[in-house]
Write a protein that binds this ligand. Structure first.
Ligand code: CP
Length: 328
């Protein structure tokens, strides 16, 4: 018997038990199946509002939450710092204490300037669930959608599947490390053997690495770090290659951009995919740097599940709103 998730925040998947995450996945699976049968769910969040506070741009996160709450019968309010009094200095406490008088849930994306601290401040004063829509350290809704995708593709037989998170070369700007950090934290808890691959300077935060190691130990799986992309890809069941900045190594932007240029060979092409198992999955949270970090041949190839992942953002986000806002 599952306990209610009503009112529960999701700032990091570590705050949710395996059982709670399994419940979320089960709700997402059911909502997805019933949507395919044209069964409507527009009474679950009728007349309820989900606030979406974006400090940065988004395609998938915004639209999956916005379409999702609409399909559940509720309303999405899109907020930005400029469109609210946040840019004039209104505090996290005052903002949430007002918004919770109007609506039933809030998601926040802030990947810079202590976004995680801001979300924790909001959550501390919030009576309504606070969902992390990506901060500098975590992207839990994406990682949960990815777990749903992996389970679907392998019909739940994911024990000891080799899951590889790899750095890729993508120039021009520094991308956050929230995605690889969330992936190594979540997949180690669900039976997969996890390999993290990156050039030396692109390492994760020490406390997150320790948590991933502890997760793997508790789950009885392997967790390893490699500095060789091809060695990591050998016999992989799932590869999740993605660019991120050397933000733990340096906070100097130009030094970070120069470091990225040291490793142009860290790209995904069919030769690298041929190192993986025949039925392996190529995953990417998107946006992908097409024909830069990965060839179109791979992105559009038979191993790629990128659009299924993007679709599953909808089903996971709906499940999150159903469980935390309605308590179903
Ligand atoms: N994967 C992801 O979060 O995409 P968006 O930045 O478009 O929301």
């Amino acid at each position: 018997m599952y306990s209610s998730l009503k009112g529960k925040h999701l700032l990091n998947t570590q705050d949710w038990s395996v059982e709670e995450i399994e419940k979320l996945l089960a709700v997402a699976k059911r909502l997805k199946q019933e949507r395919e049968l044209d069964i409507l769910h527009d009474d679950i969040l009728r007349a309820k509002t989900f606030f979406m506070l974006f400090f940065e741009e988004s395609t998938r996160t915004r639209n999956s939450f916005e379409c999702g709450v609409h399909q559940l019968g509720g309303n999405a309010n899109y907020l930005t710092p400029e469109a609210t009094q946040i840019d004039h200095g209104e505090t996290a406490k005052d903002t949430i204490k007002v918004l919770q008088r109007y609506g039933e849930g809030i998601g926040i994306r802030r990947t810079y300037a202590n976004g995680n601290r801001y979300m924790k401040d909001v959550a501390k004063f919030s009576d309504i669930p606070v969902i992390n829509m990506q901060c500098e350290d975590y992207h839990p809704t994406q990682a949960l959608a990815d777990l749903l995708t992996i389970k679907e593709k392998f019909q739940n037989y994911i024990q000891n599947k080799k899951f590889v998170v790899s750095w890729t070369y993508a120039p021009n700007y520094i991308r956050p490390i929230s995605m690889p950090q969330s992936l190594i934290l979540l997949m180690t808890r669900f039976g997969m053997d996890v390999t993290l691959a990156h050039p030396q300077e692109f390492h994760m935060k020490e406390d997150i690495l320790s948590q991933a190691k502890q997760n793997a130990k508790e789950a009885g799986v392997n967790f390893e770090v490699k500095h060789d992309m091809e060695a990591a890809f050998e016999d992989a069941d799932i590869v999740y290659p993605k660019s991120w900045g050397p933000v733990v190594y340096t906070d100097d932007e130009q030094e970070g951009l120069d470091l990225i240029e040291k490793y142009p060979e860290w790209v995904v092409d069919q030769d690298k995919m041929n190192l993986t198992k025949d039925n392996s999955l190529y995953m990417h949270c998107m946006p992908a740097d097409r024909d830069i970090e990965v060839t179109s041949e791979v992105l559009d190839g038979p191993n790629s599940v990128i659009f299924d992942e993007a679709e599953n953002r909808l089903h996971i986000n709906k499940a999150l709103m159903v469980t935390t806002m309605a308590g179903l």
